[in-house]
Design a protein around this ligand. Sequence first.
Ligand SMILES: [Zn+2]
Length: 303
Amino acid sequence: MKEYPMNLQELKKEFATKKQCLDYIYKLRWPDGFYCPHCKYSEPPITVDKAKHKYKCRICWHQTSATANTLFRDTQYKLLPLWFQAIWYVTSEEKVIRALWLQKELGLGSYHTALNWVHIIRNVMGNSKNDKLKGEIIIDKCTIVNQSVLVAIEVSGAEIKRICLTRSNPSANNFAHFVRKCVASGSIIITDGNTVPDELSYKAGYILKTAHDKQKQVIEIVASISDILRHSRFRGSLQSYLHEYCFKFNKRNSESKFYEFMKIAIQVRSKVTQPYVEPHMRELHEQAYDYYMDKKLRKKILK
Ligand SMILES: [Zn+2]
C-alpha cells in the first residue's frame, strides 16, 4: 500500500470517493489485518457492512467500524473526501489556513463548518500520545499575543529539535502538569530555577538543572510564532494555533505531514472539541471509559 499522496492532485484523485477514504482509514488502522479493538481477537470477524468496513468480533461480539474511535467517528461518509482535502490544506500548507478561504476552496455551505473543521484539525495535531519530548528540555514561560504560554524545547547543543507550547498560567502546578504531559520521564529539565517545582525530580523521575544561558532558543521560537501570527492577521484561538505550529515544526523533516496527521487521527477517540482536560484527569476519564466498556461487555455475555 502506498502510504500517502505526494501532492494535492494525487490526493484529489486517490480520495475522490467515500469508499477510497474508508479503505485508506481501514488500512491505516489495521495494516496487518483486522483484530478486535476490544478483546484483540484476530481471526476474521463477522462482516456487518463490507463497504463501510463494519465488523463484529466472533468472541466478544464487539461491533466496530473503520471510523469508530477515530477523528472521523461522527463524520458523514460522503464528506470524507472533503475532510481529507481540508486536512491536506491545514497540515501541508506553510501559511495559516483561514476558515473563510477553506470554505470557498472546498465549496462548503457554511463558514461555521469550515471554522469548526480547522479548529478540530488543529486540536488533533496536539493530540499525539506517543510523541513526548525527551533528552535535554528547556522549560520556560513567555507571552504571545498578550497571553501567557508555557514552553518546552528539546535541544541538542544549540540546535532546537522539537517543541511543545501550551497556553496556561505559569503557576507551579500548571508547570508540573505541562512537563508530565509533554516530556518523557528520565529527561533533563533545564530551567532558570524558578519555574518547575522540585518535587518533579523525585515524584516523576526528571533530572532538574538550572541554567541561565538557555534563553535564546525560547526567544527564537516565540519571535517566529509572533511573526507568523502578525502577518496572518490571526483571529482564532491561540491554543489551537500553538498545536498547529508545534506539529509543523516537529514534523518539518517528514515527507508527508498529511500522513503524520492521519496516524494521529486514527487514534483520537473523539473530535477533541471538548474543553481541555488536565492530564491527570484524562487518565481518570480513560479508566472510567474502560470500566464502562467492561460493564457493557459483561452484560452482553450474561444475556
Ligand atoms: Zn472481541
